[in-house]
Design a protein around this ligand. Structure first.
Ligand SMILES: *Cc1c(COP(=O)(O)O)cnc(C)c1O
Length: 367
């Protein structure tokens, strides 16, 4: 090639590293020629989808020749009822990842600063860099967000600030008083994105509900997803809730048909399936306890987690441990890309999957 295409890309894209997803089961099957693989790598819901959601998606297939409803009327109406929000506060996304990107596209100019914490979700640096904005990464405190450091990092050039609560990949959480005190100090022209992908798993009384904080903070955007406790990661649907002006801006950059028929129908149906949500949360609680106890028995440290995963300190380079677990047919997530080279993140699975992981880990660490 005579043309330097790399040089043609925007400066942000030139410096970008693609997101590293959890290894798919089929890929490992092809590589090892084995079946019966356990994937605990992408914080997916181990329960399988809600029956109601599957029936709704199935029925929606009959409309596959039509474009989906660009305004997502049915799902927005269900969200309004479920969460007490207004339609003009809602932006639907192809997963909440999509809305995180819409937020960046709507608000970031090259050179604007975006504040987020060390060990925060990998999508924040990616959307920041893609817009040629500047990431300002604040040091963590006990693997969680240090809100004081984040407040101190705000400058005239700060446009966005990302907080994941609970955070992925560390599972840490901020409680209401702490978060509210912080939000009170953030200047109104700095938009705070509160990413609540795991909120359904938390039952602590002093854990904040971002949606309740929206009336108080016009600069707040709350994002939620159907990928985790609601069990629809493969269908790709999530949403942002914010004031109507911000919502209007996000909808200007949104692709008109960003959420499919099937995703809209399934998400609307699962919102009415409170039994499914409860079973997800209970399975997660029991699985978390199982993993914590199993890890303690092996003398391993872990970060106490509020999510549907647990991050373990294997006290040695974690990449070889990850690879040895793969050979045992267990896929977890190494956290080298997060600069946590001795940690592995394990999603909570079914009891037998958790057990399989614990046994494989014991075997691998003994070698
Ligand atoms: C999983 C996750 C999301 C959700 O991703 P989707 O695009 O909705 O599947 C968002 N934020 C965090 C912190 C996550 O871990």
């Amino acid at each position: 090639m005579s043309c330097d295409f790399m040089a043609l890309a925007t400066p942000g894209v030139q410096g970008l590293h693609p997101y590293e997803a959890g290894k798919p089961v089929e890929e490992l099957e092809r590589e090892l020629g084995i079946s019966n693989i356990v994937k605990l790598a992408s914080n997916e819901n181990p329960l399988g989808p809600s029956g109601r959601a599957m029936a709704a998606a199935q029925a929606a297939l009959a409309d596959a020749t039509r474009y989906p409803d660009s305004n997502g009327f049915g799902l927005k109406r269900a969200l309004q009822r479920h969460y007490g929000l207004a339609a003009n506060q809602l932006t639907l996304g192809n997963g909440s990842n999509d809305v995180l990107e819409l937020i960046a596209r709507a608000f970031l100019n090259p050179g604007d600063e975006v504040v987020f914490s060390e060990y925060a979700f990998a999508v924040y640096p990616i959307v920041t860099q893609a817009c040629s904005a500047t990431a300002v990464v604040t040091p963590a405190r006990d693997y969680g967000h240090n809100l004081q450091a984040m407040a101190e990092a705000i400058t005239e050039r700060t446009r966005l600030l990302f907080i994941a609560n609970p955070n992925n990949p560390t599972g840490t959480a901020l409680m209401r008083d702490e978060l509210v005190a912080f939000l009170d100090t953030v200047p109104e022209q700095v938009i705070v994105v509160l990413d609540e992908a795991y909120t359904e798993y938390v039952d602590q009384a002093d854990f904040p509900d971002g949606l309740e904080l929206l009336p108080r903070y016009p600069n707040l955007i709350v994002t939620r997803t159907f990928s985790k406790a609601w069990g629809l990661a493969g269908l790709r649907v999530g949403f942002a809730a914010a004031n109507p002006v911000i919502t209007d801006l996000l909808n200007r950059v949104r692709q008109p048909f960003n959420v499919s028929h099937l995703a809209l129908a399934a998400a609307e149906a699962v919102l009415a399936d409170s039994d499914y949500l409860q079973r997800s949360v209970e399975l997660n609680r029991a699985g978390m306890q199982q993993l914590e106890e199993g890890l303690k028995l092996q003398g391993l440290g872990f970060i106490p987690s509020f999510g549907n995963f647990i991050t373990v300190d294997v006290a040695r380079p974690a990449q070889p441990v990850f690879e040895a677990l793969l050979r045992e047919g267990v896929i977890v997530r190494p956290l080298g890309p997060y600069r946590m080279p001795q940690h592995l993140r394990i999603s909570i699975g079914l009891p037998e999957e958790n057990d399989r992981f614990l046994r494989a880990l014991r075997q691998v660490l003994a070698c």
